[in-house]
Design a binder for this molecule. Structure first.
Ligand code: PHE
Length: 493
């Protein structure tokens, strides 16, 4: 690890030059992911006459949930393949190419290309997402004081891409201006969705171009292990395990198999109990890892409403103009990344300023969940007001602000806590677990939103009230567990 810092010469920013390569590649990859995601739900439920797929909401929820679950579950397999065979560098390149193909496939209008495109994006993300983060880590020695700042800069790239994407793809897919341009050029304006998806593909292609162009800056990181020999039996087990887990979760959609959903809770709880009973330090820390896993899973289940139920609320129940200026409903998806960009520096400054007096990781997680509670409490009156017609966009602005404060209390903190708690030989695996929490969370998010509708204001208020109640319970649970978690973590802060 230390040798890599020497190989990567510091750029003028004081960070290894390779950081800029990874920054722009991830910025464009996230541009493609969130640009596409901003349209996905709306495209699925849009009537066929308007160029959509005409899916009923519960069907759209199933596809959306299984897709987002796969995007964050496949990194377990992708990380494994890179560590033992491909190397992170090649995994990112191949993953990026598959992702681009996926978005371009979505640019075609057919049901087959729709499903094929989603499968390709999920597979490519599995190769790209974990390995690009691992390479960021590889640019710095373990004890390099610039390491955390490097990850924060990288997270800025993520959110810059996520912010710009819905503005572009939403304009192409939803705006009257672009539709009339399409018509004037002899194109079918109802096909505007596919121009949005194609723009996501162009974004990923730009990411690949900048990755290849500045690959030399990555000298020394992400190479395949010298004795790269894929351990076949173990690899087959990892791949089969990942596919089986996804299969079981997807199977739980079917009537008669709903009980399978209990695994989302039973697996992590069993792991906490199992490890907590072990007396050694690693056992205690792994118990803490799984407790954080549980809290993160609940957090993402509520937070990931953004791409589905909240996208529908924005489209169907919110006025699409601010101060007299009309905008497409998918633009609401730009608010979370915008607030991350604005608030992340404030948080970084705040934690440094508090120094040793800053709250423990468990308390930060509790705060994250508390802000989610507030965000959904805010939506209860907003939902009630929909009885009188579409409501002000400021409600969703408020929700995304509160949720972003919650995200910044939990997401970056969680990543660093997990890696610190992991026994050194298991860091990669624990990183995979962190993605798994997001994966289970995304699936649960869609399960919660399966029956979503905006026609009945009372039911809508009850829906958001229910989410607030789940968040409040999780906040309480995490708050009560905090002192115990602090003990389990020992000297890890
Ligand atoms: N905005 C983050 C990203 O896209 C959300 C996220 C956090 C996803 C943690 C997965 C795991 O990277």
């Amino acid at each position: 690890m230390t040798a890599t810092t020497k190989l990567a010469p510091p750029a003028s920013t004081g960070h290894p030059a390779g950081l800029s390569t990874l920054f722009f590649t991830e910025m464009w990859e996230r541009f493609s992911y969130y640009g596409m995601r901003a349209l996905l739900t709306l495209f699925m439920v849009a009537p066929v006459a308007e160029g959509g797929l005409g899916f009923a909401t519960p069907d759209a929820a199933r596809f959306y949930g299984n897709y987002t679950m796969a995007v964050y579950m496949l990194p377990i397999a992708g990380g494994y393949l890179a560590d033992h065979w491909l190397g992170a560098r090649r995994a990112v390149l191949i993953g990026g190419m598959i992702i681009a193909c996926g978005h371009f496939t979505l640019a075609l209008h057919s049901l087959t290309s729709f499903f094929l495109g989603l499968v390709l994006i999920a597979l490519g993300s599995g190769l790209l997402k974990p390995n690009i983060s691992a390479m960021v880590g590889g640019l710095y020695a373990k004890d390099d004081p610039r390491r955390d700042a490097g990850f924060s800069i990288f997270y800025l790239g993520v959110n810059l891409g996520a912010f710009l994407a819905p503005l572009v793809t939403g304009y192409l897919a939803q705006s009257a201006a672009f539709k009339s341009w399409l018509a004037s050029q002899g194109f079918d304006p109802a096909q505007s969705w596919h121009w949005g998806f194609a723009a996501a593909g162009v974004g990923m292609t730009l990411g690949l171009a900048s990755y290849l162009w500045h690959a030399d800056r990555l000298a020394g990181v992400g190479h395949a292990p010298p004795d790269a020999q894929l351990p076949l039996a173990k690899t087959a087990a990892v791949l089969a395990g990942t596919v089986a887990l996804m299969g079981l979760a997807a199977l739980s959609d079917r009537s008669g198999y709903e009980a399978l959903r209990l695994m989302f809770v039973i697996l992590p709880v069993a792991a906490v109990v199992y490890f907590a009973r072990r007396a050694d330090l690693d056992g205690q820390r792994l118990a803490a890892v799984f407790a954080f896993f549980l809290a993160a899973m609940v957090f993402w289940a509520l937070f990931e409403q953004a791409g589905f139920t909240l996208a529908l609320f924005a489209d169907q129940a919110t006025r699409g103009d601010l101060f007299g200026i009309a905008f497409p409903s998918s633009w609401f998806q730009a608010l979370n990344p915008l607030f991350v960009i604005a608030l992340a520096p404030v948080f970084a400054w705040g934690w440094v300023r508090m120094g040793t007096r800053q709250p423990s990781s468990a308390i930060k997680f509790t705060l994250g969940l508390a802000f989610l509670t507030l965000s959904y409490l805010l939506m209860v009156p907003a939902a009630a007001l929909t009885a009188g017609g579409k409501v002000s966009p400021l409600w969703l602005v408020g929700l995304f602000f509160l949720q972003t404060v919650g995200e910044l209390c939990l997401s970056p903190v969680g990543l660093s806590t997990m890696t610190k708690l992991a026994p050194p030989s298991l860091v990669g695996l624990i990183l995979g677990l962190w993605f798994l929490a997001a994966s289970f969370g995304s699936k649960i998010a869609a399960l919660l939103g399966g029956e979503f509708q905006t026609a009945d204001a009372g039911q809508l208020a009850a829906f958001f009230g229910g989410l607030a109640a789940v968040a409040a319970l999780a906040t309480l649970g995490m708050g009560l567990a905090a002192p115990w978690l602090k003990r389990l973590m020992g000297d890890v802060k």
